[in-house]
Design a protein around this ligand. Sequence first.
Ligand SMILES: [Zn+2]
Length: 274
Amino acid sequence: MVVSNELIQKEADEMPFVANEVLPGVHHIKDAMGVCMTLLVGDNAALLVDTGYGTEDVQAYVKTITSLPLTVLLTHGHHDHALGARWFEKTCMFAEDIPDFVTYTGAETRERVLGQAKAKGLTTDAGFMTDDIPLPEVLQEGDIDLGGMTARVIHCPGHTPGSAVVYVPERSLLLTADDWNPCTWLFFPAALGVKEYRSNVQKLSQLPHTHVLCSHQPVLFERSMMDDFLANLTDDTLRAAVPVDITPYEATDTRQAQLPHGQILVFDWAKALL
Ligand SMILES: [Zn+2]
């Protein structure tokens, strides 16, 4: 056993993932492209929330942390969360994001991500371009019992129509994925208008959590960071947002709202109805 553990550790060290156990059984994992996923490890089962860009073998890396039965949940269909699904036989996500999943795991996106990976000096296997990725099963709201740890799956339309957030009561933790991070993007074609987004995400404040993890930051945040973001997301703040160019979305009238602690929200002005 000692030998095999050493072997597993050696493999983990050679993998381009960085994991940080931010709370007991809560591993926030950054992939080589720089996006994060979260592995929740209970007493009987584990849940992987998102799969990253998929340029490296996510499943093999997860196995270096836990051998428990694993469920794989995709918070939404964007490629930086969903392309890693190619390493798993089965994933799940809310039905509203399946169309985005199909688009963002398609050949055009893979080609673009491959170019980005090469620009970072990363290599990947041929399967990155050719693997068939099974369509996710349809996720339902509710509790997933991991044994001593619960993952409460909540549908929170905003960043995308099918965005999922996960609340972990035993760790007083909320996983917001892309529905909130200090630089929240709300301008993709499928994103909701900013007022509807605000209304949906503000409901999350009623949860008694103390900490937040998001997909594009490796660190654990105090909830006050997100609370201050939401409390200042007033109509006046949104009206004062300034135009900003985001490549390749120049055709969209993107505006950037300035929020406390250097946070920003970039949204589609045409959908704002302010
Ligand atoms: Zn996203």
